[in-house]
Design a protein around this ligand. Structure first.
Ligand code: SAM
Length: 378
């Protein structure tokens, strides 16, 4: 199986440097070091209200100064995403109302249960699932897909690139959606749009190059407002933020994405919040909504969330649909894992689970398909 990164910034993060000298200061969190390189901090479960996030009307603006890398797995289309090391080093520059960037850095933790659920980085089972999809050749054309607990969103992005008609991304943290999932989706959509434009131009179908229309608009808008109000960049940013309405829905201007210019992107929706409130938000809008494919990678590490997760899968999977679950056998320190989840699913009696792949190197990992038991399918 070919598996390559075409860009890799070799950086040592502060946490890596400090790892050996990490002080155990006995604060309110309990820390464990379950797997080399992964630190999990547990805290009482809290609930986070669901919010929908919208791409800005000028999508290129989210990619200013973005440093990206590309993963290529076999015959799958290349997937672009923000370089994690650069993201970590520049995290202090970002708006982060949830304060998860500072907390994860301060605690050198990849997971703070109920606060930050790990979506800032790509977890290894995502790569397993991508490999399996390459091997088995799942078809996405015209499908409605949910990337549940998406983090970087690579699984949903693959579905989008492979022709899914709608892809919904959900992550617990709004910071993850705003600063990672959305930019990653844009990186892929905008690149494809530009390639398509170039192809059309080379065939002589289009006279002029649209070439980053958005960037031109941004420049003009910014120049204009800088001239007239002499506001600094950060003042402008704050102004935009203050214009957001109270429930967190972005300013109307940000919602007005031109779907004719960005057809792929207009098939995407982005949500933050815990699974229970995500479920009520999305069903309130459309009680009949069902997904043909649900991806969920590295989301069964905490037994306390099984009920909300199972309920969400049960309510949202289409009859005849499939859930792809990618997981480690066991999550040391948090206690969850495949066997506990299997027991839970069996007790509920709603889904069959079919093991598609066991990855033996390193910590044992699995890719599992879940379908409704026959009686529930139709
Ligand atoms: C370890 S991360 C995995 C991220 C990504 N799927 C990957 O494989 O790289 C777990 C993800 O599950 C989601 N998650 C965990 N518990 C959740 C909960 N109670 N409600 C909503 N989302 C949750 C978070 O969004 C988080 O990004």
């Amino acid at each position: 199986m070919s598996f390559s990164f075409n860009f890799d910034v070799q950086l040592t993060t502060k946490c890596q440097q400090d790892e050996e000298n990490q002080p155990q200061d006995g604060n309110e969190y309990s820390e464990v070091e379950p797997v080399p390189g992964i630190t999990i901090t547990t805290q009482d479960e809290t609930v986070k209200a669901a919010v929908e996030h919208f791409p800005p009307a000028t999508p290129h603006s989210l990619l200013n100064d973005a440093v990206s890398e590309t993963i290529t797995i076999g015959t799958l289309p290349p997937l672009n995403f923000l370089n994690e090391s650069v993201f970590e080093l520049t995290a202090y520059e970002r708006d982060d109302e949830e304060m998860i960037l500072s907390q994860t850095t301060a605690q050198c933790s990849d997971l703070i249960s109920g606060v930050y659920e790990g979506g800032l980085k790509v977890w290894e089972c995502t790569y397993d699932l991508l490999e399996l999809l390459e091997r088995d050749g799942e078809r996405f054309a015209e499908k409605i897909v949910l990337d549940l607990g998406c983090g970087a969103g690579l699984l949903g992005i693959l579905a989008l690139k492979r022709g899914a008609s709608q892809v919904h991304f959900q992550d617990y943290n709004s910071t993850v959606i705003e600063h990672v999932t959305l930019p990653n989706t844009l990186l892929n959509c905008l690149e494809e749009e530009e390639e398509e434009e170039e192809e059309e131009e080379s065939k002589g179908k289009k006279p002029g190059k649209r070439q980053n229309n958005d960037e031109v608009i941004i420049e003009e808008e910014e120049e204009e407002s800088m001239k007239s109000t002499e506001k600094t960049k950060s003042e402008l940013k704050n102004k935009q933020k203050n214009e957001e309405v109270e429930d967190g829905r972005p300013h109307a201007k940000r919602q007005a994405l031109d779907s004719s210019q960005h057809p792929k992107l207009s098939g995407c929706r982005f949500f933050s919040g815990d699974w229970t409130s995500f479920l009520s938000l999305i069903l309130k809008e459309d009680p009949s909504l069902k997904y043909d494919i649900i991806f969920t990678s590295e989301t069964i590490y905490n037994k306390a969330y099984y009920s909300a997760l199972h309920n969400t899968l049960h309510r949202l999977l289409a009859p005849g649909g499939v859930i792809y679950l990618a997981t480690k056998t066991h999550y040391f320190g948090v206690g969850g894992g495949l066997h506990l989840f299997e027991q839970f699913v069996e007790e509920k009696g709603v889904f069959d689970m079919e093991k598609l792949w066991v990855v033996e190197h390193g910590l044992q990992r699995h890719v599992v398909a879940m379908h409704f038991k026959t009686k529930d399918r139709f």
